[in-house]
Design a protein around this ligand. Structure first.
Ligand code: HEM
Length: 462
């Protein structure tokens, strides 16, 4: 099967060889890619341009693209041309083999259909209140002069919010235990060196409770016990099931009328908890950084916020504020939390930018490199929310949530949460940045987060 767009066919009729790429061995490229992906990507892009071939340990050969036309061809191609779930094996130890992240084909489509509705439409309205109440609870005990790490506080909020969406509740001993178990598990990979354990399979050995992988396995075991207990209790409860994601999954039936097994339920819960909170918390920490790093941005935002009554305004009114939206968009442009859309493993050869890419290779659309193209974003290293007020970008020029049939199912939810949290925090307190140098992104698990988490000091109440 070869799937070609009309455009690529004419452009590529003479194509035959693979794009050029770094000559270093797999191991060196893997180390550079894990420890300093930003530097790796920028240098290779400078050297080889919008399409190059990279080799990383434990992965098929990767063709990395940063050309909007090529990205469009990938995102709009027949979904049967790729396997993305198989390309996401790296997430297997975290989420399990039945996770949406790891599925392909009909099963992927079926699970996606099931998980999308609770993150969209009317359900969002209910989450608005939960997001505001949770933010209130977390920020209530901040006092003038106190120092906090934005990433940690934002994670406290986003974890509680996603627990609510997934379980319909976020209070009680078990939820606190689940919350703690998730934090413990993800913290194992919180720095670039420990994140290496996720990427390099040969390091994934249980050498006891003090070894990184051993620690991870023990935290995961604890979390599994809690999740299975919750699944069992829900299945046997006498009250009718609610509208939360777990209830929805428990009531779902496949074409043969079969319900999801406990393992399938556990994997999907893990997926939502894992994909749905650290990403949003990281984006929020970045937004707080930029707002306090650039006084003119802060001033404009404060002006916009003071034009409405943030405490009592309808959540949708806050979500529609243009400058707040531009700040959130620019935050996800300059340092997208996830640098790449999921890799797509080719099931048949594909013509792309003058090359004939063989079956079995991975196509990786690089969000970071596209977001830093000067032809689309003049002065790409500058944080300028105004660009999002001045023009609209196509889904192949701006795609912090990926695209095509794998586009993030939590995109609307995450943007909504970012806006409500920022509006509440910034209309309540004023802060100063407690960082002496510009903050740069570093690897944190599978995401790219601000180094040190962004320290902020509370200057006072507004
Ligand atoms: C700022 C926050 C977030 C960012 C930057 C982000 C980014 C992404 C990206 C880049 C992808 C891959 C898309 C592709 O390959 O085309 C993805 C997929 C996914 N995201 Fe998000 N995400 C965020 C928040 C969330 C939230 C809040 C949830 C759930 C509540 C979520 C759940 C998922 C899931 C389940 C997938 C897999 C979709 C599939 O395989 O079909 N994400 N996300």
């Amino acid at each position: 099967m070869t799937i070609l767009t009309e455009n690529s066919q004419t452009q590529n009729s003479t194509a035959s060889k693979l794009p050029d790429g770094p000559k270093e061995g797999k191991f060196i490229q893997t180390v550079k890619g894990i420890l300093n992906p930003l530097d790796y990507l920028e240098k290779k892009h400078q050297q080889y341009g919008d399409i190059f071939t990279s080799q990383f340990s434990n992965f098929p050969t990767q063709v990395i693209i940063s050309n909007p036309q090529a990205i469009q061809e990938v995102f709009t191609a027949d979904s049967k041309l790729f396997q993305s779930g198989r390309g996401n094996q790296i997430a297997l130890p975290l989420v399990g083999s039945n996770s949406l992240l790891l599925l392909d084909g009909d099963r992927h489509l079926q699970q996606r259909k099931l998980l999308m509705p609770p993150l969209h439409g009317d359900r969002m309205k209910a989450y608005g209140q939960i997001i505001r109440d949770t933010t209130e609870k977390v920020i209530n005990n901040w006092t003038t002069g106190s120092l906090f790490i934005a990433q940690e506080s934002m994670q406290e909020i986003s974890l509680e919010v996603i627990l609510h969406a997934v379980f319909g509740l976020s209070e009680g001993e078990r939820y606190q235990q689940i919350q703690q178990a998730i934090v413990n598990m993800l913290n194992v990979f919180s720095n670039p060196l420990s994140a290496t354990f996720l990427f390099v399979k040969s390091l994934q050995k249980d050498l006891g409770a003090w070894s990184p992988w051993g620690r991870f396995l023990r935290h995961r075991q604890r979390l599994d016990e809690l999740l299975y207990q919750e699944i069992r209790d829900r299945k046997t409860q006498s009250e009718p099931l609610g509208e939360d994601i777990l209830s929805l999954l428990i009531s779902a039936r496949d074409e043969a009328g079969e319900p999801m097994s406990d393992v399938e339920l556990r994997d999907e819960l893990m997926t939502m908890l894992f994909a749905g909170h650290e990403t949003t918390a990281t984006a929020l920490a970045w937004a707080l950084y930029w707002i306090h790093y650039l006084p003119e941005v802060q001033e404009k935002l404060q002006q916009e916020l003071s034009s409405i009554d943030v405490e009592n305004a309808d959540a949708m009114e806050i979500a529609k504020l243009p400058y707040l939206n531009a700040i959130c968009s620019e935050t996800l442009r300059i340092y997208p939390v996830i640098f790449f859309a999921f890799p797509r493993i080719l099931q048949a050869p594909m013509q792309l930018m003058g090359y004939n890419i063989p079956q079995g290779m991975m196509i990786s659309s690089c969000i970071y490199l596209v977001h830093h193209r000067p032809d689309i974003y003049p002065e790409p290293k500058q944080f300028k929310p105004e660009r999002f007020l001045e023009r609209q970008f196509s889904p192949y020029e701006y795609f912090p949530f990926g695209g095509g049939n794998r586009r993030c199912i939590g995109a609307a939810f995450a943007m909504f949460e970012m806006k409500l949290v920022l509006a509440k925090v910034l209309s309540r307190y004023s802060f100063e940045l407690a960082e002496s140098r510009p903050v740069l992104p570093v690897r944190r698990g599978l995401t790219m987060a601000p180094a040190g988490g962004v320290r902020l000091r509370v200057k006072g109440k507004r």
